[in-house]
Design a protein around this ligand. Structure first.
Ligand code: IPM
Ligand code: MG
Length: 355
């Protein structure tokens, strides 16, 4: 198989972690007889510095022409004072929208080797947890009508949460499909006791649920969900939720796995191409110091092999190598508790050895 992959390294630790995942992909290609070609494009702060805009046209065209896209992270203090539509984060939203990636899959599971990193009491995680957050990614308040206006108290700013039935239906379908090959349980998270958009969400999710009689579907209010994630994480299989609730709950879920440096994600649309990225940010405080944990990006590359290219065995081989590395006690600083941490390069070498 020959595959063309667009690389969006971005800012901060982005280049280091993407380089690590590229090595893992190359080695996987050698082992299984695939050729992966990589073409880098600018995104985020580095694109602003080089071209004056966070998401240059060539980047969008390159991603749309590629077979898949691997992204590191964007943003940093240098660009924090730019106006909203010129910020690096805008590029991330822009590429998600341009590629119509409405489904964001964010798995969060407890690695037995990292159970001491989990901040929850041992009895709470005695049964472990394995959660798939299915986050809507191109709608809701992130993309709704926004602006400034004169209000009752003078100047005010507003953002709008708006969901169409179509948008809810397609993300619900993605969640139920995912549940079919997992533990057949979907919990839909909303704020239907307050928000009209959540009431349409809830109604539509249940309409879709009727097509999946083998999957159980229950609703949970988002405030309760935030609590349940730390009270009883084992109860969750697939979570389906809106763009903003998914953003917040996936950071919370990452923290109970031990480190946000472990969580991969796949952003998918109607085509198989997709965009794959760690859920963490650009970590400017440790950028360029060979301290970053590359595992989330390496696992994102595994998700790419699975979803974009249908290479299940190759994906599992990478995931197994990560398991082995953790079992062997190799740790980057975020999961090392200050003892014997290896750098990003050494962690990569340890994974490569086990592929
Ligand atoms: C994420 C990030 C982004 C988001 C930011 C950087 C725009 O937090 O992917 O979770 O909010 O979607
Ligand atoms: Mg986030």
């Amino acid at each position: 198989m020959v595959m063309n992959i667009a690389l969006l390294k971005g800012d901060g630790i982005g280049p280091e972690i993407v380089d690590s995942a590229v090595e893992v992909l190359k080695k996987t290609g050698e082992k299984y007889g695939h050729t992966f070609n990589f073409t880098p494009y600018l995104i985020g702060g580095c694109a602003i510095d080089a071209t004056g805009e966070p998401l240059p046209k060539e980047t969008v065209e390159g991603c749309l022409a590629a077979d898949s896209v691997l992204l590191g992270a964007v943003g940093g203090p240098k660009w924090d004072t730019l106006p909203g539509n010129m910020r690096p984060e805008k590029a991330l939203l822009g590429i998600r929208a341009a590629m119509e990636l409405y489904t964001n899959l964010r798995p969060a599971k407890l690695y037995p080797a990292l159970k001491d990193d989990c901040p929850l009491r041992p009895d709470i995680v005695a049964n472990g947890f394995d959660i798939l957050i299915v986050r809507e990614l191109t709608g809701g308040i992130y993309f709704g009508d926004r602006g400034y206006r004169e209000g009752k108290y003078g100047e005010e700013a507003y953002d709008t949460e708006c969901y169409s039935r179509m948008e809810i239906e397609r993300i619900a379908r993605a969640a139920f499909e995912a549940a079919l090959v997992r533990r057949c349980n979907v919990i839909s998270i909303d704020k239907a006791n307050v928000l009209e958009s959540s009431r349409l969400w809830r109604k539509t999710v249940h309409e879709v649920a009727a097509d999946y009689p083998t999957v159980t579907c229950t609703d949970m209010l988002v405030d309760n969900a935030a609590m349940q994630l730390v009270k009883n994480p084992s109860q969750f299989d697939v979570i389906v939720t809106s763009n903003m609730f998914g953003d917040i709950l996936s950071d919370e879920a990452s923290q109970i796995t031990g480190s946000i440096g472990m969580l991969a994600s796949a952003s998918l649309g109607a085509t198989k191409r997709g965009l794959y990225e760690p859920i963490h940010g650009s970590a400017p405080d440790i950028a360029g110091q060979d301290k970053a944990n590359p595992i989330a990006t390496v696992l994102s590359a595994a998700m790419m092999l699975r979803y974009a290219f249908g290479l299940e065995e190759e994906a599992r081989n990478i995931e197994r190598a990560v398991d082995d590395v953790l079992e062997a006690g190799v740790r980057t600083a975020d999961i090392a508790h200050g003892v014997n941490a290896v750098g990003c390069k050494e962690m990569t070498a340890e994974i490569l050895k086990r592929l």
